[in-house]
Write a protein that binds this ligand. Structure first.
Ligand code: GLV
Length: 321
């Protein structure tokens, strides 16, 4: 019996590759940059499974180009690159990789929070430029954490993991998430109160029509001029033009961004010229163990779909109704 044919839009870490090779006949996109739309349309044509990354827009046209498609497995927890409604309408289960990247992403949120609050990037540049002459009482003074307030927007797995870390830094924690009524370590508040009162604001919502540009000129205007914004969710949750103006004109103190709109951020983006904006290239889940686990979950979802079993992590379980 021939193995089912699948398309992987990139090679995934070994833990997942092994399972894919054992169970499937894979075509793997060999380049660092994602396949173009034409490449994707061509590659899925005769495939029973698709393993995608968050860089790959998978919409109804892609699905219709693949009449044999029985599963879409995204190697990410977020699935905003996939038209899940279109997949459900075609009874194609969509898999994702929740849980395993919670801690790594929460760590990155804290790394960015500390980097932005304590001017780590300008400080490194200062040393590299040979400007370090002596210990200076007034040099690169940053924001304190202890006793201040962290506001977490989106209190799911990752938001809660950020709250746990915040306890170790003696931060008070408030959160906004209509889906989470209470927490033993944080107080639920309205988004408006959070933005007005928090010294640090960390974003942990999925990108949806409701969260697109949730942080915009108006919401930035509510924040303290001493506040730090951290985004490890999706770039488009923040209106970057509004953020640029807020940072440039001191309406907020600093920002730490793991995600941008678009990705990659153009090298001539004005955000990159601001000393109070730290940008890293979407590395939230980028630790060795985490990426291996994500690859394994993605491969398990793919193989389950091909074998017509329920995906271990399925974002549209209604396909099984
Ligand atoms: C990363 O951003 C993910 O959604 O897994």
């Amino acid at each position: 019996m021939p193995k089912p044919r699948v398309f992987l839009t990139r090679e995934i870490p070994e833990a997942g590759m092994r399972l894919v090779r054992d169970s499937c006949d894979p075509e793997i996109w060999p380049h660092e940059v994602p396949p173009s739309r034409e490449d994707l349309l061509r590659a899925v044509r005769n495939k029973a499974g698709l393993l995608s990354l968050l860089t790959d827009p998978i919409d109804a046209e892609i699905m219709d180009a693949a009449p044999d498609l029985t599963v879409i497995s995204n190697c990410a927890v977020g699935v905003d690159n996939i038209d899940v409604g279109a997949a459900t309408a075609r009874r194609i289960p969509v898999g994702n990789t929740p849980g395993v990247l919670t801690d790594a992403t929460a760590d990155m949120a804290f790394a960015l929070l500390l980097a932005a609050a304590r001017h780590i990037v300008p400080a490194v540049e200062y040393v590299r430029a040979g400007k370090w002459k002596t210990w200076n009482l007034q040099l690169l003074l940053g924001a304190d954490l202890a006793g201040r307030t962290l506001g977490i927007v989106g209190f799911g797995r990752i938001g809660q993991a950020v709250a746990r870390r915040a306890q170790g830094f003696a931060l008070q924690v408030m959160y906004h998430d209509p889906g989470v009524a209470e927490s033993p370590i944080a107080i639920p508040v309205t988004l408006e109160r959070l933005l007005k009162e928090a010294d640090f604001v960390s974003l942990h919502v999925p990108l949806t029509a409701d969260t697109l540009h949730l942080i915009n000129e108006q919401s930035l205007g509510l924040m303290k001029s001493t506040a730090v914004l951290v985004n490890t969710s999706r770039g488009a949750v923040v209106d970057h033009q509004a953020l640029y103006h807020a940072l440039k004109h001191g309406r907020i103190l600093a920002a730490g961004l793991d995600v941008t709109e678009p990705e990659p951020l153009a090298v001539d983006s004005p955000l990159l010229n601001l000393p109070n904006c730290v940008v890293v290239p979407h590395l939230g889940s980028a630790s060795r163990w985490t990426r291996n686990q994500m690859a394994l979950l993605a491969a398990q979802n793919l193989v389950a779909g091909l074998e017509k079993r329920r995906l271990p992590n399925c974002v549209n379980p209604e396909v099984y109704d």
